[in-house]
Design a protein around this ligand. Structure first.
Ligand code: SF4
Length: 79
């Protein structure tokens, strides 16, 4: 009985440890992505390898490529 409880509590500890490690990794990855994005914007570098069409910051982007795409698609209503 005692051994069963020990195994059960070890399993719980392992499960919790893995859960919190996973949450930590996801949080660290998200924070890293946000920091990288901010740094690139501050440095005036493209965030999306020059693919403006689906870029999240297209509306606010002031980089030459985005300005050019905006100019080229001005008045275009098909996508
Ligand atoms: S809108 Fe275009 S130029 Fe601006 S960050 Fe996005 S992909 Fe790069």
């Amino acid at each position: 009985m005692k051994q069963k409880n020990i195994n059960k509590s070890r399993r719980k500890l392992l499960t919790r440890t893995l859960r919190y490690a996973t949450v930590g990794l996801i949080s660290a990855g998200t924070a890293g992505a946000v920091i990288k994005r901010r740094r690139l914007r501050r440095e005036g570098k493209c965030l999306n390898r020059g693919i403006c069409k689906n870029c999240a910051v297209f509306e606010d982007c002031g980089l030459p490529r985005a300005l050019s795409v905006r100019q080229a698609t001005k008045g275009c209503n098909h996508g």
